[in-house]
Write a protein that binds this ligand. Structure first.
Ligand code: ZN
Length: 154
């Protein structure tokens, strides 16, 4: 029950039930697929990048509540960001969920991601929470092959 209490907060349940930006845009400029075989999560992230700014971001896929909610939250937070800001958010989010950075990070948008910080106690769930972000980074990199949470260097 403690895992349920820590991880499945209302915001996560809401984003899982009604994922934001869950669609396949017609004119995406970047896209990538991500796979978390440990849990069975699969996600495709679509980006429309213009002048170095992420004008639109959407995703499709299926997975557990954590992966779906994390992808949904990510789309809300990354939209309208410059590419380098999106990458920086990923770096800091990754640090937050792996517990390498202290809590209470001074960033309004990162605060919204705090609901996912409970996964740091559950290493398997960290991969669920970061899958969509790894996939976002792969899309920005123009990766042709799907990314997997189980590949070396992750
Ligand atoms: Zn998962």
């Amino acid at each position: 029950m403690s895992e349920l209490r820590d991880l499945y907060q209302e915001i996560i349940l809401d984003h899982n039930k009604r994922p934001r930006n869950f669609r396949h845009p017609e004119h995406a400029t970047h896209q990538a697929r991500g796979d978390n075989p440990l849990c069975g999560d699969k996600v495709t992230v679509y980006l429309t990048v213009e002048d170095g700014v992420v004008r639109d971001v959407a995703f499709e896929g299926r997975g557990c509540a954590i992966s779906t909610a994390s992808a949904s939250l990510m789309t809300e937070i990354v939209k309208g960001r410059r590419i380098e800001d999106a990458r920086e958010l990923f770096r800091r989010f990754h640090a937050m969920v792996t517990g390498t950075e202290p809590e209470g990070i001074d960033d309004e948008d990162l605060d919204k991601l705090q609901v996912l910080s409970g996964v740091r106690e559950y290493p398997m769930r960290v991969k669920c929470a970061t899958l969509s972000w790894h996939t976002l980074a792969a899309a920005l990199d123009g990766a042709a092959a799907p990314v997997s949470t189980e590949k070396p260097g992750d």
